[in-house]
Design a protein around this ligand. Structure first.
Ligand code: ADP
Length: 322
């Protein structure tokens, strides 16, 4: 393997740049020629493939987003699209691929790698922390920090006005951000997609809080919870219970910002391990970190085995909210 290309695909996440930098510099360290593909698989099809040197990735370790840009690409789901992509890689004599993204990105990589016998390693880059084979995905820690910063600010105004706030955070299928930020932000309750939503229980809990003269209450709602999101939940609660209720949807600000130290270090470790792995002949694996050690997991397993939500964290939210 002499020429390695890297791309970012799917949803962006803070720390992707730190991962790109690590991949490029680790490759150069091992004497390889490195290439960047713009706009994920779309750029592979459009032949947006350019050489990257050490300088190309300077001054980006601290930047959110991705300098390579990311895109969703329907054409890569078709054999014709992947054929064009392969011809472009062949034209540049690329002999291995490192993809940074989530389960969709890995699904595409797995199919492409088998079809064209192209070695590929995946790096988990998503704020959702929803991939099996790693304790943490790149961007999760930064997103949690962004969310708790917002919760802290909301808490100030909530406490001043004796208000109940419903704060909606990202997580269509996974409640990890909701759970972590509920604990870190000291929320009174949390609603996540992995659990049924019981409005009765929630109302009862909030009534007890009111009786105990809590000055503010914050309920974290993952966007994919079964109650239909923060606005719907707030409406249902309001029907039952007279309290000044507000809703705050944090939205895309959760995807941006300078990565935390944790995400930068994680991205740097995974980037280097991805390059070393591919040079040692590993193929169709995701590189992750488990109990603080680098581990490789089959892409098919990383995609299929959703990590389960940690029940003890749900208990912790309830214990700390008495
Ligand atoms: P993420 O990687 O964050 O889960 P997506 O689900 O949008 O993001 O997937 C990113 C890209 O991966 C898609 O736009 C598509 O180009 C590619 N991809 C996803 N699923 C497949 C598939 N079944 N076959 C080929 N490519 C796929």
């Amino acid at each position: 393997i002499e020429r390695i290309a890297v791309l970012t695909s799917g949803g962006d996440a803070p720390g992707m740049n730190a991962a790109i930098r690590s991949v490029v510099r680790s490759g150069i360290y091992f004497g390889k020629q490195m290439f960047g593909i713009s706009q994920g698989y779309q750029g592979m099809i459009n032949n947006e493939i350019t050489p990257l040197n050490s300088k190309s990735v300077s001054n980006i370790v601290q930047r959110g987003g991705t300098i390579l840009k990311t895109a969703r690409c329907m054409a890569f789901k078709t054999p014709e699209g992947r054929k064009t992509a392969y011809e472009n890689l062949k034209h540049h004599k690329i002999d291995a691929l490192i993809v940074i993204g989530g389960d969709g990105t890995f699904t595409g990589a797995e199919i492409f790698s088998r079809e064209y016998n192209m070695p590929v390693i995946g790096i988990p880059g998503t704020i959702d922390n929803d991939l099996f084979g790693t304790d943490f995905t790149i961007g999760f820690d930064t997103a949690n920090n962004t969310v708790i910063e917002a919760i802290d600010k909301i808490r100030d105004t909530a406490a001043s006005h004796d208000r109940l706030f419903f704060v909606e955070v990202m997580g269509r299928d996974a409640g990890h951000i909701a759970l972590w930020s509920a604990i870190g932000g000291g929320a009174e309750a949390v609603l996540i997609p992995e659990k049924e939503t019981h409005i009765d229980d929630l109302v009862e809990k909030l009534m007890v809080d009111l009786k105990n003269q809590k000055t503010s209450s914050i309920v974290i709602v993952a966007e994919g919870d079964h109650g239909g999101g923060a606005f719907k939940i707030a409406e249902k609660v309001k029907e039952r219970f007279n309290y000044d209720t507000k809703v705050s949807i944090l939205g895309h600000l959760q995807r941006g910002g300078s990565p935390t130290s944790f995400d930068r270090v994680l991205a740097s470790r995974l980037g280097q391990a991805a390059v070393e792995g591919i040079l040692k002949g590993k193929n169709r694996k995701m590189v992750g970190i488990i109990s603080n050690r680098i581990e490789f997991t089959d892409l098919t397993l990383a995609i299929k085995n959703q990590i389960e939500v940690d029940e003890s964290l749900i208990d912790l939210v309830n214990i700390l909210a008495i």
